[in-house]
Design a protein around this ligand. Structure first.
Ligand code: C2E
Ligand code: MG
Ligand code: MG
Length: 261
């Protein structure tokens, strides 16, 4: 336990200088439609630490969220993702691809969040409808009316929203009803057994129908087998993402992986 505490403290220290030292990189994981056509990618941050190697966000995002560090990291992610969208927009075979950016609760609740996003879009001159912001339920649970107003402001500008990891946390139906998200991301835990047994079929079918009746499209995460892809198509899921389709890769490798899907 002592070792874990020391490691956490070391990570927190190193994280402070990581932004200035440009140790972050965005990886992109392709998302495809039911015909397996690439429609976009989720941007996932990686920290290339000189001694530790590549550190996964699960090991440092919560640390960053405990302080204002998440704000500078989040800003870097947003600007880098918009710059990538700009590059994709300028090439014929990638011009329609969207980028989904994970937004932390602390970042979203900043009073200038809407302006920050609009500024990033304007300075890269990208189409706002190609930017998707992924929020988790915790964001919506805190200060619901302010959250909805911010989402509406950005949606009026064309930006889309996805509700991430749905089905694990509270999954409150009253919050879902008032949440103006465009996409619902079905948590990977419901996908695991699909195609092997039928235990989770009713849950997935029910969530897909619920989302569709609220005018949301459904994205399934953590898709690792062809059987899951087939089952998800039958159950009406709109988009899929997971290792079976493509692992998160650096932007330079993405072009080739996305076009070979
Ligand atoms: P998330 O947003 O739910 O992202 C999906 C996670 O599942 C990613 O982990 C992805 O690499 C992983 N994944 C995708 N397909 C598969 C699969 O088929 N099998 C398995 N085992 N895993 C799969 P990653 O990149 O480690 O990110 C973990 C979490 O860290 C993300 O969960 C997100 O909550 C957070 N995160 C990542 N990048 C950012 C960022 O730029 N900003 C913020 N605020 N959070 C981020
Ligand atoms: Mg996400
Ligand atoms: Mg997720």
């Amino acid at each position: 336990m002592e070792e874990t505490v020391t490691l956490q403290a070391q990570l927190a220290n190193a994280l402070h200088s990581a932004v200035q030292l440009q140790q972050f990189e965005l990886y992109y994981q392709v998302q495809v439609d039911s015909q397996q056509r690439p429609v976009g990618a989720e941007a996932l941050i990686r920290w290339e630490h000189p001694q530790l190697g590549i550190v996964s966000p699960s090991d440092f995002i919560s640390l960053a969220e405990a302080s204002d560090l998440i704000l500078s990291i989040g800003q870097w992610v947003l600007e880098t993702a918009c710059a990538q969208l700009k590059r994709w927009q300028s090439q014929l075979h990638t011009s329609g691809l969207s980028v989904a950016v994970n937004i932390s609760p602390r970042q979203f609740h900043q009073c200038n969040f809407v302006e920050t996003v609009l500024q990033a879009i304007a300075s890269c001159n990208i189409s706002p409808s190609l930017l998707k912001l992924e929020l988790t339920e915790t964001v919506i649970l805190d200060n619901t009316s302010e959250t909805i107003e911010k989402m509406h402001q950005l949606q009026r500008a064309g930006v889309e929203f996805a509700l991430d990891d749905f089905g694990t946390g509270y999954s409150s139906l009253s919050h879902l009803r008032s949440c103006p998200a465009d996409y619902l991301k079905l948590d990977g835990s419901f996908i695991r057994a699909l195609g092997e047994d039928e235990t989770d079929d009713p849950i997935v079918r029910g969530i897909v129908q619920l989302a569709h009746s609220l005018n949301m499209a459904v994205i399934a995460e953590w898709v690792t087998t062809d059987a899951q892809i087939d089952r998800l198509r039958l159950l009406g899921c709109d988009l899929v993402q997971g290792y079976r389709i493509g692992r998160p890769v650096a932007a330079t490798a993405f072009g080739t992986s996305a076009t070979t899907v």
